[in-house]
Ligand binder design. Sequence first.
Ligand SMILES: Nc1nc2c(c(=O)[nH]1)N[C@H]1C(S)=C(S)[C@@H](COP(=O)(O)O)O[C@H]1N2
Ligand SMILES: [Mo]
Length: 429
Amino acid sequence: MDPKPSSRRELLLKGSALAVGTVAAGGAVGDIALADTPAKALPSFTANEAPMVPSTDATVAYGVRSHYVTSKRLQEPGRAVPAIYTDFGLTAHVFTPLQDSYGTIQASSLHYFATTKGSFIPDIDPAQHTLTIQGQVERPRVFTMADLKRFPSVSRFHFIECSANSHNASHKNVQESHGATSNAEWTGVLLSTLLKEVGVKEKAGWFIAEGAEEIKGADTIPLAKGMDDVFVAYAMNGEPVRPHNGFPIRLVVPGFEGIFNTKWLRRINVTDEYQLNMDDFGHLRKDAVGAALGYTWGPKSVITFPSGSQKLPDQGWYEITGLAWSGQGAVSKVEISTDGGKSWNLADLKGTPQRMAHTRFGYMWKWEGGEHVIMSRTTDETGSIQPTGQQVAEFFKEAYTPKYTPPGRNNSIMPWKIASDGSVTNGLA
Ligand SMILES: Nc1nc2c(c(=O)[nH]1)N[C@H]1C(S)=C(S)[C@@H](COP(=O)(O)O)O[C@H]1N2
Ligand SMILES: [Mo]
């Protein structure tokens, strides 16, 4: 049964009834009873005697979150932190706490980050930093940060997702299974604007973006993508890009695997031929066709509530919510199953889905106890539908087990299991 839209009115009715205290605990209006918990007596309000948040330079000048809010990024499960580098290791994959996220933007302080191509987070002085564009161009040029900011800017919402974001039966929660993707509002200058400045030669077909710290190799990207929607970002969520995410400039390559979004960008070399790519596992892809297969994320989604390690406190109504995205364009539809994929219901999309960006979805569901396997499935604007793990394995002609990790980007459906006591665990386990 789809509880929308009449139930929405009932929810509102129920809410206002509760506010004036006329509905008995557990009472129902229509077929929806949100109040499965006892109604509380109305408090009496006096002058605020709560302890105060100290107004120091630290809390006022830049701001702090409440000390009651403690969610944090975590090192990828199963990876040891090499002692040599205290900032999460030589190759860092640091996952964002998606289980605590709201809306579509990750706070910059919680945006996942990955260093695969280098070994440290460079501390770059923006006044000294430049971007060089050279190679198959008419007028090679060195741009300062000030130069870049004189061009017309774009501000766009995009997700970045590492190929290490590959869920399997071993993950306890959504941070471990899906925490290597985040969504932010990025501001910068289109690469096409800069390429027009330098004049691309006719035989050019590719470009290679290089970060300041890179020791393991850059990536070759088709020039057509560079002329389309790639941009050089200097800001993230309304302030300069953070050091871990590429300060002072990074490339944003919408929809492509994370590794192409070169951080600490210092050089773009326009070439007439494909050179090579490295993936997150250190493999070099020497041929252009193989590389092309590795570029774009397909449609993907995950339920963030209720998800692994969480617990439904009581029977009753809940909003099943999560994130959906696609590297191929905007999300057009998200469906939810509460019976292990036998039947599917349309979820609400919150706001207007942006292209190659996370979209929040929600679906009101009454848990009446019992065991359930819940899952979400995205369709994007190209008509691609998020596959099951089984389908991904078939595509790669490999055997499927719940521990299966595909050779490419894993965009398969993620099941969560709700036990009869309300506790939630990995549905692949
Ligand atoms: N220069 C440079 N750029 C880089 C990397 C790197 O190690 N060095 N890591 C890449 C990888 S593997 C990913 S998944 C994304 C992660 O972007 P984020 O750290 O902002 O989340 O950055 C990419 N850009
Ligand atoms: Mo990555």
